[in-house]
Design a protein around this ligand. Structure first.
Ligand code: PHE
Length: 465
Protein backbone atom coordinates (compact mmCIF):
# COMPACT_ATOMS: atom_id res chain seq x y z
CA UNK A 1 0.00 0.00 0.00
CA UNK A 2 2.74 2.40 0.94
CA UNK A 3 4.32 2.12 -2.48
CA UNK A 4 1.54 3.66 -4.52
CA UNK A 5 0.73 6.47 -2.11
CA UNK A 6 3.65 8.61 -3.24
CA UNK A 7 6.45 10.06 -1.18
CA UNK A 8 8.36 13.29 -0.89
CA UNK A 9 11.57 13.21 -2.86
CA UNK A 10 13.92 14.56 -0.27
CA UNK A 11 14.08 16.06 3.16
CA UNK A 12 14.02 19.48 1.62
CA UNK A 13 10.92 18.48 -0.33
CA UNK A 14 9.03 17.52 2.82
CA UNK A 15 10.21 20.45 4.87
CA UNK A 16 9.32 22.86 2.09
CA UNK A 17 5.91 21.34 1.49
CA UNK A 18 5.13 21.36 5.21
CA UNK A 19 6.51 24.87 5.59
CA UNK A 20 4.47 25.80 2.53
CA UNK A 21 1.41 24.48 4.33
CA UNK A 22 2.31 26.41 7.45
CA UNK A 23 3.28 29.69 5.81
CA UNK A 24 0.24 31.31 4.32
CA UNK A 25 -2.43 33.87 4.97
CA UNK A 26 -2.10 32.89 8.61
CA UNK A 27 1.30 34.54 8.81
CA UNK A 28 0.92 37.59 6.65
CA UNK A 29 -2.78 38.39 6.92
CA UNK A 30 -3.99 36.87 10.18
CA UNK A 31 -1.00 37.19 12.49
CA UNK A 32 -0.63 40.99 12.23
CA UNK A 33 -4.32 41.60 12.71
CA UNK A 34 -4.49 39.26 15.68
CA UNK A 35 -1.58 41.17 17.19
CA UNK A 36 -3.50 44.39 16.57
CA UNK A 37 -6.67 42.98 18.12
CA UNK A 38 -4.76 41.42 21.02
CA UNK A 39 -3.04 44.60 22.13
CA UNK A 40 0.41 44.30 20.55
CA UNK A 41 3.59 42.84 21.95
CA UNK A 42 2.01 40.93 24.86
CA UNK A 43 0.20 38.82 22.27
CA UNK A 44 3.46 38.23 20.41
CA UNK A 45 5.22 36.95 23.53
CA UNK A 46 2.44 34.51 24.37
CA UNK A 47 2.19 33.39 20.76
CA UNK A 48 5.90 32.60 20.56
CA UNK A 49 5.81 30.67 23.82
CA UNK A 50 2.87 28.59 22.57
CA UNK A 51 4.56 27.83 19.26
CA UNK A 52 7.79 26.56 20.72
CA UNK A 53 6.67 25.00 23.99
CA UNK A 54 3.29 23.49 23.16
CA UNK A 55 2.84 23.29 19.42
CA UNK A 56 6.27 21.98 18.49
CA UNK A 57 5.81 18.68 20.44
CA UNK A 58 2.33 18.27 18.92
CA UNK A 59 3.84 18.76 15.47
CA UNK A 60 6.41 16.06 16.16
CA UNK A 61 3.67 13.70 17.32
CA UNK A 62 1.61 14.33 14.19
CA UNK A 63 4.51 13.69 11.81
CA UNK A 64 5.53 10.57 13.74
CA UNK A 65 1.98 9.16 13.70
CA UNK A 66 1.77 9.82 9.96
CA UNK A 67 5.11 8.28 9.11
CA UNK A 68 4.57 5.25 11.32
CA UNK A 69 1.20 4.36 9.85
CA UNK A 70 1.62 5.69 6.30
CA UNK A 71 -2.04 6.57 6.46
CA UNK A 72 -4.46 9.48 6.40
CA UNK A 73 -5.66 11.16 9.60
CA UNK A 74 -8.54 8.76 10.29
CA UNK A 75 -6.74 5.57 9.27
CA UNK A 76 -3.71 6.50 11.37
CA UNK A 77 -5.67 6.74 14.62
CA UNK A 78 -7.52 3.52 13.85
CA UNK A 79 -4.30 1.67 13.20
CA UNK A 80 -2.42 2.84 16.28
CA UNK A 81 -5.37 2.90 18.64
CA UNK A 82 -8.57 1.24 17.82
CA UNK A 83 -11.70 1.90 15.80
CA UNK A 84 -12.89 4.05 18.68
CA UNK A 85 -10.20 6.61 17.97
CA UNK A 86 -11.22 7.39 14.41
CA UNK A 87 -13.19 10.38 15.69
CA UNK A 88 -10.00 12.36 16.35
CA UNK A 89 -9.19 12.12 12.67
CA UNK A 90 -12.75 12.91 11.66
CA UNK A 91 -12.76 15.99 13.89
CA UNK A 92 -9.60 17.12 12.15
CA UNK A 93 -11.02 16.54 8.70
CA UNK A 94 -14.10 18.53 9.62
CA UNK A 95 -11.92 21.36 10.91
CA UNK A 96 -9.89 21.32 7.70
CA UNK A 97 -12.96 21.37 5.48
CA UNK A 98 -14.40 24.38 7.31
CA UNK A 99 -11.08 26.21 7.49
CA UNK A 100 -10.61 25.80 3.75
CA UNK A 101 -14.15 27.06 3.12
CA UNK A 102 -13.36 30.52 4.50
CA UNK A 103 -9.63 30.49 3.73
CA UNK A 104 -10.47 30.24 0.07
CA UNK A 105 -12.56 33.41 0.32
CA UNK A 106 -9.62 35.36 1.78
CA UNK A 107 -7.32 33.86 -0.83
CA UNK A 108 -9.78 35.31 -3.35
CA UNK A 109 -9.28 38.76 -1.76
CA UNK A 110 -5.52 38.39 -2.11
CA UNK A 111 -5.72 37.30 -5.72
CA UNK A 112 -8.19 40.11 -6.47
CA UNK A 113 -5.77 42.60 -4.92
CA UNK A 114 -3.07 41.35 -7.25
CA UNK A 115 -5.32 42.18 -10.22
CA UNK A 116 -6.07 45.62 -8.73
CA UNK A 117 -2.38 46.37 -8.22
CA UNK A 118 -1.60 45.42 -11.80
CA UNK A 119 -4.08 48.09 -12.84
CA UNK A 120 -2.51 50.60 -10.46
CA UNK A 121 -5.66 50.91 -8.34
CA UNK A 122 -4.10 51.94 -5.04
CA UNK A 123 -7.36 53.42 -3.73
CA UNK A 124 -8.57 49.89 -3.18
CA UNK A 125 -7.13 50.03 0.35
CA UNK A 126 -9.61 52.72 1.38
CA UNK A 127 -12.45 50.79 -0.24
CA UNK A 128 -11.64 47.45 1.35
CA UNK A 129 -15.08 47.17 3.01
CA UNK A 130 -17.03 47.59 -0.19
CA UNK A 131 -14.51 45.51 -2.14
CA UNK A 132 -15.12 42.39 -0.03
CA UNK A 133 -18.87 42.85 -0.21
CA UNK A 134 -18.78 42.39 -3.99
CA UNK A 135 -19.49 38.73 -3.82
CA UNK A 136 -19.67 38.11 -7.57
CA UNK A 137 -16.06 39.04 -8.29
CA UNK A 138 -14.63 37.65 -5.05
CA UNK A 139 -16.62 34.47 -5.63
CA UNK A 140 -15.12 34.16 -9.09
CA UNK A 141 -11.57 34.59 -7.76
CA UNK A 142 -12.36 32.02 -5.08
CA UNK A 143 -13.60 29.63 -7.73
CA UNK A 144 -10.38 30.04 -9.72
CA UNK A 145 -8.36 29.57 -6.56
CA UNK A 146 -10.16 26.39 -5.58
CA UNK A 147 -9.79 25.11 -9.16
CA UNK A 148 -6.02 25.61 -9.15
CA UNK A 149 -5.77 24.00 -5.71
CA UNK A 150 -7.72 20.97 -6.93
CA UNK A 151 -5.58 20.72 -10.04
CA UNK A 152 -2.39 20.56 -7.97
CA UNK A 153 -3.81 18.09 -5.46
CA UNK A 154 -5.12 15.85 -8.23
CA UNK A 155 -1.58 15.51 -9.56
CA UNK A 156 -0.53 13.68 -6.41
CA UNK A 157 1.97 14.54 -3.78
CA UNK A 158 5.01 15.68 -5.68
CA UNK A 159 3.40 17.34 -8.66
CA UNK A 160 4.65 20.83 -9.13
CA UNK A 161 4.19 22.03 -5.60
CA UNK A 162 7.58 20.91 -4.29
CA UNK A 163 9.35 22.69 -7.10
CA UNK A 164 7.17 25.78 -6.93
CA UNK A 165 7.68 26.06 -3.18
CA UNK A 166 11.46 26.03 -3.61
CA UNK A 167 11.35 29.21 -5.65
CA UNK A 168 8.34 31.00 -4.24
CA UNK A 169 9.02 30.72 -0.55
CA UNK A 170 12.46 32.35 -0.65
CA UNK A 171 11.14 35.10 -2.94
CA UNK A 172 8.33 35.89 -0.53
CA UNK A 173 10.80 35.95 2.32
CA UNK A 174 13.09 38.36 0.49
CA UNK A 175 10.16 40.58 -0.40
CA UNK A 176 8.96 40.86 3.17
CA UNK A 177 12.47 41.77 4.32
CA UNK A 178 12.74 44.39 1.59
CA UNK A 179 9.42 45.96 2.53
CA UNK A 180 10.35 45.80 6.19
CA UNK A 181 13.55 47.75 5.58
CA UNK A 182 11.58 50.31 3.59
CA UNK A 183 9.01 50.54 6.40
CA UNK A 184 11.78 51.23 8.93
CA UNK A 185 12.81 54.33 7.01
CA UNK A 186 9.36 55.92 7.24
CA UNK A 187 8.37 58.55 9.74
CA UNK A 188 7.01 57.25 13.08
CA UNK A 189 8.24 53.73 12.31
CA UNK A 190 9.58 53.51 15.87
CA UNK A 191 6.11 53.88 17.38
CA UNK A 192 4.99 50.84 15.39
CA UNK A 193 8.00 48.78 16.39
CA UNK A 194 7.50 49.68 20.01
CA UNK A 195 3.84 48.67 19.86
CA UNK A 196 4.88 45.36 18.32
CA UNK A 197 7.87 44.54 20.48
CA UNK A 198 7.53 46.17 23.90
CA UNK A 199 4.96 44.16 25.82
CA UNK A 200 2.46 45.71 28.17
CA UNK A 201 1.42 42.71 30.22
CA UNK A 202 -1.67 44.48 31.51
CA UNK A 203 -3.07 43.92 28.01
CA UNK A 204 -3.26 40.18 28.61
CA UNK A 205 -6.80 38.95 29.00
CA UNK A 206 -8.32 35.51 28.60
CA UNK A 207 -9.20 36.53 25.07
CA UNK A 208 -5.59 37.29 24.19
CA UNK A 209 -4.51 33.88 25.44
CA UNK A 210 -7.11 31.92 23.46
CA UNK A 211 -6.55 33.88 20.30
CA UNK A 212 -2.80 33.40 20.58
CA UNK A 213 -3.25 29.66 20.99
CA UNK A 214 -5.73 29.38 18.13
CA UNK A 215 -3.40 31.43 15.97
CA UNK A 216 -0.39 29.27 16.85
CA UNK A 217 -2.24 26.11 15.82
CA UNK A 218 -3.66 27.68 12.70
CA UNK A 219 -0.37 29.09 11.57
CA UNK A 220 1.54 25.86 12.13
CA UNK A 221 -1.21 23.83 10.38
CA UNK A 222 -1.62 21.72 13.51
CA UNK A 223 -4.39 19.87 15.28
CA UNK A 224 -6.30 18.64 12.23
CA UNK A 225 -4.10 15.97 10.73
CA UNK A 226 -2.48 18.00 7.94
CA UNK A 227 0.92 16.99 9.24
CA UNK A 228 -0.19 13.41 9.86
CA UNK A 229 -1.12 13.30 6.20
CA UNK A 230 2.11 14.95 5.02
CA UNK A 231 4.04 12.82 7.51
CA UNK A 232 2.65 9.71 5.84
CA UNK A 233 4.64 10.62 2.72
CA UNK A 234 7.93 11.07 4.58
CA UNK A 235 10.81 8.64 4.24
CA UNK A 236 12.07 6.70 7.25
CA UNK A 237 15.51 8.17 6.73
CA UNK A 238 14.42 11.63 7.78
CA UNK A 239 14.99 13.16 11.17
CA UNK A 240 11.50 14.12 12.28
CA UNK A 241 12.56 16.30 15.19
CA UNK A 242 14.92 18.28 13.05
CA UNK A 243 12.43 18.68 10.23
CA UNK A 244 9.76 19.85 12.69
CA UNK A 245 12.19 22.39 14.11
CA UNK A 246 12.86 23.75 10.63
CA UNK A 247 9.16 23.99 9.83
CA UNK A 248 8.37 25.75 13.09
CA UNK A 249 11.25 28.20 12.75
CA UNK A 250 10.36 29.07 9.18
CA UNK A 251 6.73 29.64 10.00
CA UNK A 252 7.37 31.70 13.10
CA UNK A 253 10.03 33.80 11.35
CA UNK A 254 7.73 34.67 8.47
CA UNK A 255 4.97 35.73 10.85
CA UNK A 256 7.40 37.69 12.99
CA UNK A 257 8.86 39.51 10.01
CA UNK A 258 5.41 40.23 8.60
CA UNK A 259 4.66 42.00 11.88
CA UNK A 260 7.91 43.94 11.68
CA UNK A 261 6.90 45.01 8.21
CA UNK A 262 3.33 45.97 8.92
CA UNK A 263 3.40 47.85 12.23
CA UNK A 264 5.84 50.58 11.17
CA UNK A 265 3.58 51.08 8.15
CA UNK A 266 0.49 51.32 10.35
CA UNK A 267 2.30 53.80 12.60
CA UNK A 268 3.33 55.85 9.57
CA UNK A 269 -0.23 56.00 8.27
CA UNK A 270 -1.63 56.83 11.75
CA UNK A 271 1.03 59.49 12.39
CA UNK A 272 2.48 57.48 15.23
CA UNK A 273 -0.75 57.03 17.15
CA UNK A 274 -1.06 53.32 17.92
CA UNK A 275 -3.81 53.62 20.52
CA UNK A 276 -6.53 53.30 17.91
CA UNK A 277 -5.10 50.19 16.25
CA UNK A 278 -7.64 47.45 16.65
CA UNK A 279 -6.53 44.93 14.08
CA UNK A 280 -9.27 43.18 12.17
CA UNK A 281 -9.23 41.32 8.89
CA UNK A 282 -8.74 44.49 6.85
CA UNK A 283 -5.36 45.37 8.36
CA UNK A 284 -2.97 44.45 5.56
CA UNK A 285 -5.51 44.97 2.82
CA UNK A 286 -6.31 48.49 3.95
CA UNK A 287 -2.74 49.48 4.80
CA UNK A 288 -0.47 48.15 2.07
CA UNK A 289 -1.92 49.67 -1.12
CA UNK A 290 -1.37 53.20 0.18
CA UNK A 291 2.22 52.29 0.98
CA UNK A 292 2.81 50.86 -2.49
CA UNK A 293 1.40 54.05 -3.94
CA UNK A 294 4.07 55.97 -2.04
CA UNK A 295 6.73 54.07 -3.99
CA UNK A 296 5.69 55.89 -7.16
CA UNK A 297 3.51 54.73 -10.04
CA UNK A 298 5.81 52.21 -11.72
CA UNK A 299 7.65 50.78 -8.75
CA UNK A 300 4.39 50.80 -6.77
CA UNK A 301 2.66 48.64 -9.36
CA UNK A 302 5.58 46.23 -9.65
CA UNK A 303 6.09 45.78 -5.92
CA UNK A 304 2.38 45.84 -5.11
CA UNK A 305 1.48 43.28 -7.76
CA UNK A 306 4.44 41.06 -6.83
CA UNK A 307 3.51 41.19 -3.17
CA UNK A 308 -0.10 40.12 -3.63
CA UNK A 309 0.86 37.50 -6.19
CA UNK A 310 3.33 35.96 -3.77
CA UNK A 311 0.75 36.16 -1.00
CA UNK A 312 -1.62 34.24 -3.27
CA UNK A 313 1.06 31.62 -3.86
CA UNK A 314 1.71 31.31 -0.14
CA UNK A 315 -2.03 30.80 0.32
CA UNK A 316 -1.99 28.19 -2.45
CA UNK A 317 0.56 25.94 -0.76
CA UNK A 318 -1.70 26.07 2.31
CA UNK A 319 -4.97 25.39 0.47
CA UNK A 320 -3.29 22.42 -1.17
CA UNK A 321 -2.50 20.91 2.22
CA UNK A 322 -5.99 21.68 3.52
CA UNK A 323 -7.57 19.87 0.58
CA UNK A 324 -5.11 16.97 0.78
CA UNK A 325 -6.39 15.97 4.26
CA UNK A 326 -9.98 15.00 3.31
CA UNK A 327 -8.79 13.69 -0.05
CA UNK A 328 -6.24 11.30 1.52
CA UNK A 329 -9.03 10.09 3.80
CA UNK A 330 -11.39 9.38 0.91
CA UNK A 331 -8.64 7.69 -1.13
CA UNK A 332 -7.28 5.48 1.68
CA UNK A 333 -10.41 4.68 3.64
CA UNK A 334 -13.22 4.86 1.13
CA UNK A 335 -11.19 3.66 -1.86
CA UNK A 336 -12.39 6.55 -3.98
CA UNK A 337 -10.23 7.42 -6.98
CA UNK A 338 -8.00 10.40 -6.39
CA UNK A 339 -9.41 12.70 -9.11
CA UNK A 340 -13.00 12.00 -8.05
CA UNK A 341 -12.16 12.64 -4.40
CA UNK A 342 -10.33 15.86 -5.28
CA UNK A 343 -12.97 17.45 -7.50
CA UNK A 344 -15.85 16.26 -5.34
CA UNK A 345 -14.31 17.67 -2.18
CA UNK A 346 -13.25 20.92 -3.84
CA UNK A 347 -16.81 21.48 -5.05
CA UNK A 348 -18.31 20.70 -1.68
CA UNK A 349 -15.91 23.00 0.16
CA UNK A 350 -16.42 25.82 -2.30
CA UNK A 351 -20.16 25.58 -1.72
CA UNK A 352 -19.66 25.52 2.05
CA UNK A 353 -17.71 28.74 1.68
CA UNK A 354 -20.58 30.65 0.07
CA UNK A 355 -22.10 31.90 3.36
CA UNK A 356 -18.63 33.17 4.37
CA UNK A 357 -18.37 34.90 1.01
CA UNK A 358 -21.76 36.55 1.41
CA UNK A 359 -21.19 37.46 5.05
CA UNK A 360 -18.88 40.38 4.33
CA UNK A 361 -21.52 42.96 3.58
CA UNK A 362 -23.51 41.33 0.78
CA UNK A 363 -26.12 39.68 3.00
CA UNK A 364 -26.96 41.36 6.29
CA UNK A 365 -28.02 38.20 8.16
CA UNK A 366 -24.66 36.60 7.43
CA UNK A 367 -22.65 39.75 8.08
CA UNK A 368 -24.20 40.22 11.52
CA UNK A 369 -24.60 36.53 12.05
CA UNK A 370 -24.72 35.98 15.78
CA UNK A 371 -23.77 37.29 19.18
CA UNK A 372 -20.96 35.73 21.10
CA UNK A 373 -18.84 36.73 24.03
CA UNK A 374 -15.47 38.43 24.00
CA UNK A 375 -13.94 39.15 27.38
CA UNK A 376 -17.41 38.83 28.86
CA UNK A 377 -18.92 41.40 26.49
CA UNK A 378 -21.47 40.46 23.90
CA UNK A 379 -20.17 40.90 20.40
CA UNK A 380 -21.77 40.59 16.98
CA UNK A 381 -19.79 38.40 14.61
CA UNK A 382 -20.08 37.47 10.95
CA UNK A 383 -20.59 33.98 9.59
CA UNK A 384 -16.94 33.84 8.60
CA UNK A 385 -15.81 34.83 12.13
CA UNK A 386 -18.09 32.14 13.46
CA UNK A 387 -16.61 29.41 11.27
CA UNK A 388 -13.13 30.57 12.15
CA UNK A 389 -13.95 30.52 15.83
CA UNK A 390 -15.30 26.99 15.74
CA UNK A 391 -12.93 25.38 13.25
CA UNK A 392 -9.72 27.18 13.99
CA UNK A 393 -9.80 28.60 17.52
CA UNK A 394 -11.68 25.68 19.08
CA UNK A 395 -11.23 22.51 17.02
CA UNK A 396 -7.50 22.90 16.41
CA UNK A 397 -6.41 23.29 20.06
CA UNK A 398 -8.90 20.57 20.98
CA UNK A 399 -7.38 18.35 18.29
CA UNK A 400 -3.90 19.17 19.59
CA UNK A 401 -4.93 18.19 23.12
CA UNK A 402 -6.30 14.82 22.07
CA UNK A 403 -3.39 14.13 19.75
CA UNK A 404 -0.97 14.65 22.66
CA UNK A 405 -3.04 12.44 24.95
CA UNK A 406 -3.35 9.79 22.25
CA UNK A 407 0.37 9.82 21.55
CA UNK A 408 1.42 9.57 25.18
CA UNK A 409 -1.17 7.18 26.56
CA UNK A 410 -2.70 5.17 23.73
CA UNK A 411 0.10 4.82 21.22
CA UNK A 412 2.53 5.12 24.16
CA UNK A 413 5.66 7.10 24.71
CA UNK A 414 8.14 4.31 23.90
CA UNK A 415 6.58 3.83 20.48
CA UNK A 416 6.82 7.54 19.79
CA UNK A 417 10.46 7.52 20.84
CA UNK A 418 11.25 4.51 18.68
CA UNK A 419 9.73 6.26 15.69
CA UNK A 420 11.64 9.45 16.39
CA UNK A 421 14.93 7.59 16.71
CA UNK A 422 14.60 6.34 13.12
CA UNK A 423 16.56 8.76 11.04
CA UNK A 424 17.61 10.83 14.04
CA UNK A 425 20.87 12.55 13.27
CA UNK A 426 22.08 13.35 16.76
CA UNK A 427 21.94 11.53 20.04
CA UNK A 428 21.42 14.53 22.28
CA UNK A 429 18.90 13.57 24.92
CA UNK A 430 17.48 16.81 26.26
CA UNK A 431 15.20 17.38 23.30
CA UNK A 432 13.75 13.88 23.55
CA UNK A 433 13.20 14.38 27.26
CA UNK A 434 11.36 17.63 26.67
CA UNK A 435 9.17 16.10 23.96
CA UNK A 436 8.23 13.26 26.29
CA UNK A 437 7.45 15.58 29.15
CA UNK A 438 5.41 17.82 26.87
CA UNK A 439 3.22 15.14 25.30
CA UNK A 440 2.65 13.40 28.63
CA UNK A 441 1.91 16.33 30.89
CA UNK A 442 2.44 19.82 29.60
CA UNK A 443 0.38 19.69 26.39
CA UNK A 444 -2.60 17.72 27.69
CA UNK A 445 -2.93 19.88 30.80
CA UNK A 446 -2.33 23.34 29.41
CA UNK A 447 -3.91 22.83 26.02
CA UNK A 448 -6.84 21.01 27.57
CA UNK A 449 -7.41 23.71 30.18
CA UNK A 450 -7.24 26.57 27.69
CA UNK A 451 -9.54 24.79 25.26
CA UNK A 452 -12.17 24.17 27.92
CA UNK A 453 -11.96 27.73 29.19
CA UNK A 454 -12.24 29.09 25.63
CA UNK A 455 -15.43 27.14 25.06
CA UNK A 456 -16.94 28.28 28.36
CA UNK A 457 -16.05 31.92 27.88
CA UNK A 458 -16.68 32.36 24.18
CA UNK A 459 -19.82 30.35 23.75
CA UNK A 460 -21.43 30.57 27.16
CA UNK A 461 -20.10 33.88 28.46
CA UNK A 462 -18.86 32.21 31.64
CA UNK A 463 -15.92 34.27 32.86
CA UNK A 464 -13.37 31.89 34.27
CA UNK A 465 -10.75 34.60 34.81
N1 PHE B 1 -1.10 27.34 8.26
C1 PHE B 1 -1.87 27.91 7.20
C2 PHE B 1 -1.63 29.41 7.21
O1 PHE B 1 -1.03 29.92 8.10
C3 PHE B 1 -3.33 27.57 7.30
C4 PHE B 1 -3.60 26.11 7.55
C5 PHE B 1 -4.24 25.70 8.69
C6 PHE B 1 -3.17 25.16 6.63
C7 PHE B 1 -4.45 24.37 8.96
C8 PHE B 1 -3.37 23.80 6.87
C9 PHE B 1 -4.01 23.41 8.04
O2 PHE B 1 -2.04 30.12 6.32
Amino acid sequence: MATNRGQFNSRLGFVLAAAGSAVGLGNIWKFPFEVGAGGGAAFVVIYLAFCFLLCFPVMISEIAIGRKTQLNAVGAFKKLGHHNWAWIGLLGILAGVFILSFYNVVAGWAFGYFLQMVQGNFEIGENFGSYISEWESIGLYGLVFMGVTALIVSKGIQGGIEKAAKILMPTLFAMIIGLMIYAFTLENAMAGIEYYLVPDFSEITGEVIYSALGQAFFSLSLGMGALITYGSYVSRKQDIVRSAAMITLTDVSVAFLAGLMIFPLVAFLNSGDMSSVSGGPGLIFATLPGVFEGLGPTLGIVIGAAFFLLLSFAALTSTVSLLEVPVAYLVDEKKIKRPVAVWGMATLIFLLGIPSLLGNGAVEQLTSFMTLYRDGQEQMISFMDFVELIASDTFLPLGGTVIAIFTAYIWKKHNLNAELMEGRETDSQWMMKYINFAVMFFCPLILGAITIITILERFFGIQVF
